[in-house]
Design a protein around this ligand. Structure first.
Ligand code: BES
Ligand code: ZN
Length: 394
């Protein structure tokens, strides 16, 4: 049986008088290197794969380790306890970074910022979101190889920079990609006292029509002008409230998602190589059309972090007060998968279940009119976005 360390600690208190028992931990190599000097010399690395290792510890050592990671590294999780060596080894061999991204706990998910968050949530305007969706949809296509695809990313950069213009702790930049002309956009709010820890809210900037994109009309109003417009409304409200987070916050508009997550794949791999500490990622990809009668916000449970999904569900209950549930993409269906594949905790709150998806996406028919005609559904996601940043970044 696999256990997160939270469960291990609970189990320890009830088994305090039992004989010493061994546990096999799968632990990130970065974390292992830092805690190595504090472990008993007899602790050996038994197996290494995909950036993580298996070590054998006595159960009481596991508790000490959990404490060490909290106190010294100022992070949660970073390891998972297993009852057998075989289980630990197979976990790494088969899933590696992905396993960590899905199962480890990366942050303290307390919800305690109501005084700051509630008034900001109340400022969400569906009219603003609709306005941004319409502007993005006016580009003939936002296809990643097209001239209008390049221009639309510059428009996102300019819009976000305009909202942040009175702040000197914020930068908005284009991230160029070697292999194609469209750039990604990143807006960064420097954290005040935990600036090395980063919270990300992103969505893809590109659109596509048909399998080969080309120059055909691709308004992409739902997929994914809606996600970018939802993020833009979150930014507007945070700026309006002169929001200064303790952790660094990054807003991202990824290029070339429709061509195989190209922009996000490059960014996530670069951030991992640079050793950046990302404590949470949320992806907004399609927020416009309410497709499922009894659910407003649907969390895809695959290629995502389970603990963070649960935290987001609690944020919906606390601040958005709409019905939510789970579904599955069945594959790495959007940019959250790029973060998951690189070992980071990501979630995708989606507009419907997979069964009820918008069949007009990737065609000239992906318009506001064909997705309900207003941005009231998207406004729920903007409220969640404000809550996510307001709670996790503070
Ligand atoms: N917005 C879609 C993802 C999506 C569609 C999620 C329907 C859930 C339901 C995204 O832009 C997309 O089209 N992704 C591609 C995969 C990607 C790796 C090219 C897809 O789903 O085909
Ligand atoms: Zn798509």
């Amino acid at each position: 049986m696999k256990k997160t360390f939270g469960i291990v600690v609970l189990a320890l208190s009830t088994a305090a008088f039992a004989a010493p028992k061994a546990q096999w931990l799968t632990v990130d190599n970065d974390v292992l290197a830092k805690i190595r000097p504090k472990l008993d010399k007899s602790v050996q690395t038994l197996f290494t794969s995909q950036g993580a290792s298996v070590v054998k510890l006595e159960q009481r050592e596991v508790e000490r380790l959990s404490h060490l990671i909290h106190e010294d590294l100022h992070r949660c999780g970073g390891f998972i306890a297993h009852d057998t060596f075989e289980e630990a080894r197979d976990t790494l061999a088969f899933q590696g970074d992905m396993y960590f991204a899905k199962s480890a706990i990366f942050a303290d998910y307390a919800i305690d910022q109501q005084n700051a968050v509630k008034p900001m949530v109340a400022e969400v305007s569906d009219a603003n979101i609709l306005n941004t969706i319409n502007k993005l949809s006016e580009y003939n296509t936002r296809y990643y190889k097209s001239d209008t695809g390049v221009k639309s990313s510059e428009f996102i950069r300019d819009t976000w920079a305009g909202l942040a213009k009175s702040r000197n702790d914020i930068k908005v930049e284009l991230v160029t990609h070697r292999a194609f002309p469209q750039s990604s956009v990143i807006m960064t709010i420097q954290g005040t006292d935990k600036s090395d820890e980063i919270v990300i809210l992103g969505g893809h900037a590109d659109s596509i029509a048909g399998m080969f994109g080309g120059s055909g009309r691709a308004p992409g109003s739902d997929d994914n002008a809606s996600g970018i417009a939802t993020i833009t409304e979150v930014i507007r409200i945070l700026m309006n409230n002169n929001f200064k987070p303790r952790r660094t916050v990054a807003f991202m508009g990824y290029a070339a998602e429709e061509a195989g997550l190209l922009g996000s794949k490059e960014i996530a791999a670069n951030w991992k190589a640079a050793g950046k500490k990302v404590v949470g990622v949320v992806q907004f990809d399609m927020t416009l059309r309410k497709g499922t009668a009894d659910k407003d916000i649907v969390f895809m449970s695959d290629f995502t972090n389970a603990a963070q999904n649960e935290f987001l569900g609690k944020l919906v209950d606390e601040y958005v007060k709409v019905a939510w549930g789970y579904s599955k993409c069945g594959y790495g269906c959007s940019d959250h998968a790029s973060w998951t594949n690189n070992g980071y905790p990501a979630s995708i709150p989606f507009e419907s279940t997979m069964e009820d998806i918008n069949h007009n996406i990737h065609t000239a028919r992906d318009t506001v009119e064909n997705a309900g005609g207003d941005a009231k559904h998207a406004a729920k996601f903007a409220k969640l976005g404000v809550s996510f940043i307001g709670e996790l970044a503070n």
